[in-house]
Write a protein that binds this ligand. Sequence first.
Ligand SMILES: [Zn+2]
Ligand SMILES: [Zn+2]
Length: 125
Amino acid sequence: MKDFAREFYNSKAWRDVSTAYMTSHFYLCERCGNPATICHHKTYLNASNISDPNISLNPDRLECLCQDCHNKEHTLRRTITRFDDDGNIVGIKKSGAEKQYETDRDAFDALLKKMTSQNRSDLIS
Ligand SMILES: [Zn+2]
Ligand SMILES: [Zn+2]
């Protein structure tokens, strides 16, 4: 989380708005229906729009997402283009968070593969 966002996410206003929004969606992901944990801003917040309640505290601009769909949303967006706080494209480099996400995902895939092959050999023997 960037510094400019920390104060916002800790504010009572945000906690009230996000809790009300998540509750109105029964804490279910709007994309896949799984239990949701994240209140995502459809308009990505930056240093200049975070203090505008029409953007940062507007339920029309929020989305109730599970961790998976939220990761996908941010990974996808970061891979295509990255913007600086003034909205200028700064490149398509992968961020540290995305690399971490890929590492976690690869580790999980490997684990899953291992478990699947173990189950198969159990069935055979
Ligand atoms: Zn989801
Ligand atoms: Zn988000």
